[in-house]
Design a protein around this ligand. Structure first.
Ligand code: A2R
Ligand code: GDD
Length: 325
């Protein structure tokens, strides 16, 4: 056998819904790991990150999904496309169901028909678990799911659908339950980004020194987005088909404590005010991931300290506000 001139073909990864927060972090991670990276975005979106090829795709359009999967013939598919906000899901339940459930079904059908050997990573959510008691934390993947909002219900449905396609058709589908993640570039509808933007606006004089907040008692499990995308890449490489994986830090922190950390990074004198519009019809009090399964199966652990990500997010908003006047 000639040993020279033989080169392993680069694996092709397709990121669906790449123009959101996680997409370009994931593209960077996959590029660094030597993948050829294809991305999809909605027609009206801009994708500013790295890629080797780009498609316009609305996942609610089954024919278009089939066409993209048929053309791209990827080895790995990372399904990020979603209506990803819990708050918005209460206001737009129909849209959330269409994008998150029908979109996932369209993808799985297209993969079954056109790329049955591809590994598919479906990104679900800690919200699928619903309310858990402190005794039930950290939450294991076997814990029953009791979705408490529309978004959570759609992600639980996506998870069940993925398992079904794996069992029925032998497809390589793996499911993630991502706990809260954050970092520079996240939309300000999410809590850490929102609080950091408010501080940056206050520092610039564009806002009164009053921080508007919602429910500060909730406790969440926060991880840097770069740790999260590393977990996704490792799960696509060596996760178990049909399995669900929690991805989080394994530690819970209250929103109040996160707020205190953010405020401590500013020299501005800021008072805090409850804004009734930021309260939700229901809000799960506590989430904390058990990350034993992902650490055993693929050797992943989070690495980036939370405070470092908070500072990076605050600095991101400081420079955005300076840039945009
Ligand atoms: O809603 P937009 O305009 O921000 O666009 C989002 C896009 N998207 C869609 N893509 C294809 N077809 C659709 N019908 C459709 N509807 C929305 O998916 C956005 O660009 C992307 C999702 O990105 P983000 O909302 O920024 O979510 P993130 O933080 O990147 O989270 C990735 C995944 C999602 O499945 C979350 O539910 C999960 O991780 O936590
Ligand atoms: N957005 C927001 N704004 N949330 C606030 C505020 C505020 O002013 N004040 C308190 N909170 C509380 C919310 O009530 C919730 O308990 C917590 O902060 C986190 O809210 P979000 O950042 O909006 O995220 P989420 O937990 O609803 O959903 C995020 O995490 C999920 C995984 O756990 C999203 O990224 C989802 O896509 C993801 O699946």
């Amino acid at each position: 056998m000639p040993m020279t001139g033989t080169r392993t073909k680069k694996k092709t990864a397709l990121i669906i819904g790449a123009a959101g927060f996680v997409g370009n972090y994931l593209a960077q991670e996959l590029k660094s790991a030597g993948r050829s990276v294809l991305v999809t975005r909605l027609q009206n979106e801009r994708y500013d990150g790295f890629c080797d090829g780009e498609y316009c795709l609305d996942v609610t359009d089954a024919e278009s999904v089939r066409s993209v999967i048929g053309q791209a013939r990827p080895d790995e598919i990372y399904h990020l496309a979603a209506q990803s906000s819990v708050a918005v899901s209460w206001k737009k339940p129909g849209l959330t169901v269409d994008v998150n459930i029908r979109g996932a079904v369209n993808l799985l059908e297209a993969v079954r028909e056109c790329a049955a050997d591809a590994v598919v990573l479906l990104i679900g959510s800690a919200e699928e678990y619903g309310a858990v008691t402190p005794e039930e934390c950290p939450i294991k993947e076997e814990h029953p799911t009791h979705p408490k909002n529309i978004y959570a219900m759609t992600k639980a449905a996506q998870n069940m659908t993925g398992k079904l396609y794996c069992d029925a058709y032998g497809m390589k589908v793996r499911m993630v339950r991502a706990f809260n993640h954050f970092g520079p570039g996240q939309a300000p509808q999410f809590v850490i980004s929102d609080f950091c933007r408010q501080v940056a606006e206050i520092e610039s004089g564009a806002r009164q020194p009053i921080m508007k907040v919602g429910n500060l008692d909730a406790k969440r499990d926060f991880t840097d987005v770069r740790d999260i995308v590393r977990a996704y890449r490792m799960l696509a490489e060596s996760g178990v088909d049909g399995a669900t994986y929690n991805v989080g830090s394994g530690k819970a922190v209250s929103i109040r404590d996160m707020l205190d950390t953010i405020l401590s990074l500013s020299t501005a004198q800021i008072s805090v005010e409850k804004d009734p519009l930021r309260l939700r019809p229901s809000d799960v009090p506590l989430h904390c991931a058990d990350i034993g399964r992902i650490s055993r199966d693929v050797g992943w652990h989070p690495e980036i300290p939370r405070e470092e990500t908070v500072l990076a997010t605050l600095d991101y908003w400081r420079s955005e506000i300076k840039k945009n006047g």
